[in-house]
Design a protein around this ligand. Structure first.
Ligand SMILES: Nc1ncnc2c1ncn2[C@@H]1O[C@H](COP(=O)(O)OP(=O)(O)OP(=O)(O)O)[C@@H](O)[C@H]1O
Ligand SMILES: [Mg+2]
Length: 379
């Protein structure tokens, strides 16, 4: 008997640590299940919308939702410190303000623009001597020698507009002058400004110019300016109102800084004909520089630039240039690259005249196909 009972006690002793281990494990698993349940609940709650407070009226507020519409809404008791101008989180259904949303900056503007110190030089641009001269006078000289302008007593333009067909060197010019004037190059694309940042375009414009002043001397380069600054016949939809607001902010920024400050603006467009004249008024982008397709001399210069590092057999360059009439700089470059490929396909490292002739045909064909595609798109 005695022997038996001592055996039972022994067994109970050896089981109890296992039981308590299992109990502990059970407890942990329950905790994990609870955590996961909470997480699922959290994921199921509808997202809150980020809005801007326009005005506070007693316990209520006027907010602007991202599409530009304004609403009169309640402010929850837990956020009494909301003031006009704050960003807040609101419920999607009833638009009640739930929480103040503090962001050090509304967003990091540097994420949305291209910021660089370009390395391209004027010597890498062919056939645009007159344009280079003008851009140097309007952008480089005032940035480098503001005192000269003060002494003479004139105010240089705040910015300029480069216009002309695609691939003619407009972006190159802007980058080269940023380099020659040792400026930060801040690149924004007009169409992105109005499409990607719905509701934020005007704010972004403001921050871009803040950044430009911070990083000065700097050049704000606005590509596809027409997407932002096109003449509008009517401003009906909320999207159009949004573009309009962004454009107004741009005008306000341009008007707001001094001609001799260290920020210059370069706008760029293929469609000068549809620009709102407001952007070209005196004191704004009032210097217009046309960048057209290169003439024969221009083609020769551009061809030379892009073949500089190629190993070429003796060839009749003039004949090639003749064949490239009406090519843009970008097409001349494409021709050089294609010619190189024709050589590579035949296991040669030296490029021949016939490679260029084939390349010219190919570039022309590609161009024709593209035009075809477009005419399809537009019926
Ligand atoms: N005048 C030029 N001299 C040398 N290269 C050129 C010239 N024009 C164009 N290119 C070549 O074509 C490329 C595209 O040129 P760029 O980006 O400056 O054209 P763009 O006028 O800004 O065109 P888009 O209107 O389409 O923006 C350049 O990177 C360069 O290699
Ligand atoms: Mg360009």
């Amino acid at each position: 008997m005695d022997g038996n009972s001592s055996k039972e006690t022994n067994m109970a002793f050896s089981y109890s640590p296992i039981i308590s281990e299992l109990e502990e494990e059970n407890r942990l698993l329950k905790e994990t299940v609870n955590q996961l349940k909470n997480e699922i609940d959290r994921f199921r709650t509808p997202p809150l919308m980020v809005c801007e407070v326009r005005d506070i009226v007693d316990q209520n507020a006027v907010i602007k939702v991202p599409n530009g519409n304004q609403f009169f809404v309640c402010v929850s008791d837990s956020c009494t410190d909301v003031v006009a101008g704050d960003s807040v989180l609101v419920e999607q259904k009833n638009l009640n303000i739930i929480r103040k949303f503090s962001r050090s900056r509304s967003f990091n503007v540097e994420q949305f623009v291209i910021l660089e110190k370009p390395t391209i030089t004027f010597s890498q641009i062919g056939g645009l001597g007159k344009q280079i001269q003008e851009i140097k006078e309007v952008v480089e000289l005032p940035l480098k020698k503001p005192l000269l302008f003060k002494k003479v007593g004139i105010q240089p333009p705040k910015g300029l507009l480069l216009y002309g067909p695609p691939g003619t060197g407009k972006t190159l010019l802007a980058k080269a002058v940023a380099n020659s004037s040792d400026s930060t190059f801040i690149e924004v694309v007009g169409s992105e400004l109005v499409q990607k940042f719905i509701g934020e375009g005007a704010k972004l414009v403001k921050e871009i110019f803040e950044l430009a002043r911070e990083k000065g001397p700097s050049i704000v380069f606005i590509d596809e300016l027409d997407a932002l600054a096109a003449k509008r016949i009517e401003v009906g939809t909320s999207g159009e109102r949004e573009v309009q607001r962004t454009f107004m902010q741009l005008l306000a920024e341009i008007d707001g800084f001094a001609p001799l400050g260290n920020v210059k603006i370069i706008g760029c467009t293929n469609r000068r004909d549809i620009l709102d004249p407001a952007i070209l008024r005196p004191g704004r982008l009032d210097r217009l520089i046309s960048v057209d397709l290169p003439n024969r001399d221009g083609l020769r210069e551009i061809f030379k630039i892009h073949t500089k590092d190629m190993s070429l057999e003796k060839m009749n360059t003039e004949k090639l240039i003749e064949q490239m009439t009406d090519f843009s700089g970008a097409e001349v470059r494409a021709t050089c690259t294609e010619a190189g490929y024709f050589a590579i396909r035949e296991d040669r490292t030296r490029v021949k005249e016939s490679d260029f002739l084939k390349a010219i045909v190919k570039v022309k064909e590609d161009e024709a196909n593209e035009t075809d595609d477009f005419s399809h798109m537009f019926g």
